[in-house]
Design a protein around this ligand. Structure first.
Ligand SMILES: [Zn+2]
Length: 258
């Protein structure tokens, strides 16, 4: 049996499969890993784009939005790839409990995975809200204002600071999302990592937490990860071809299950 067939069999047999997706899944949709060498941080200094600088001064926000104006169109123009589509299909087939993601591009939801089944550890770049009055707005609305020449789009209702839902450097992870992810990872009987090198917390901790709680651990990533030694199955490949094949295999199985 090939490794991909083994992964498909694991998805078919699991009662609570949980998937964890990282930057590798976004790069397969053409969204560059902004933190990689040669990425946007080659032109912008990440030390400037902290939560403290954003809330601390209008100048910090002006710099942030100059960067956001350059990066958001790339995210907006990207479309879901075969991995995103496969996960949405597995969920429809009752073969996916939830997707925990480090990605902020909203592509899991755009592929058809219900928002309630996507746990976003780093937030979501398509939404924003006012830190003073809580009024929500879309990033599309903010981007239109930036394009019209507004360099710091404040809240139209109260003049407060509007902050993207994305978690900034130096900002605490969203407590509820991290707790929910830990809970679902701990309850999983299959935990599959897609396109993450598991280099940062809490990503590094999730698969180990799931494994210790009894889950079978599978890792699909182009590069070695720090959890490979604990994994039951490691596939050194991109997420899209592997998950497309898994979805094909699952479709083929359905009639047999009657
Ligand atoms: Zn407001």
């Amino acid at each position: 049996m090939s490794d991909v067939s083994r992964l498909a069999a694991l998805f078919a047999e699991a009662r609570r499969p949980v998937v964890f997706t990282g930057a590798g899944v976004s790069t397969e949709s053409g969204i560059p890993d902004f933190r990689s060498p040669g990425g946007v941080w080659a032109r912008f200094d990440p030390a400037e784009f902290t939560y403290q600088n954003f809330v601390g001064s209008a100048e910090g926000r002006r710099r942030y939005w100059a960067l956001g104006r350059a990066t958001y169109p790339v995210i907006r123009a990207a479309t879901p790839n075969a991995a995103h589509r496969a996960l949405a299909e597995l969920h429809r087939l009752g073969r996916l409990d939830c997707c925990i993601t480090q990605n902020i591009d909203n592509l899991h939801q755009r592929a058809g995975l219900p928002s309630a089944s996507v746990i976003e550890l780093h937030g979501n770049a398509t939404r924003a809200r006012c830190l003073e009055c809580g009024a929500p707005c879309t990033r599309d609305e903010l981007h239109a204002r930036l394009e019209r020449g507004v360099d710091v789009p404040d809240c139209p209702a109260c003049g407060g600071i509007v902050k993207p839902h994305t978690i900034l450097f130096g900002e605490a992870m969203p407590k509820e999302a991290v707790e929910e992810a830990s809970r679902r990872a701990g309850a999983a009987d299959l935990f599959v990592v897609l396109g993450s090198s598991l280099a940062v917390y809490p990503a590094a901790y999730m698969p180990i937490h799931a494994k210790r709680a009894g889950a079978t651990l599978a890792i699909v990533n182009l590069e070695p990860t720090r959890a490979d030694a604990q994994a039951d199955l490691v596939i050194r490949a991109g997420a899209s071809p592997v998950m497309a094949a898994v979805a094909d295999a699952m479709r083929a199985r359905i009639p047999q299950r009657g």
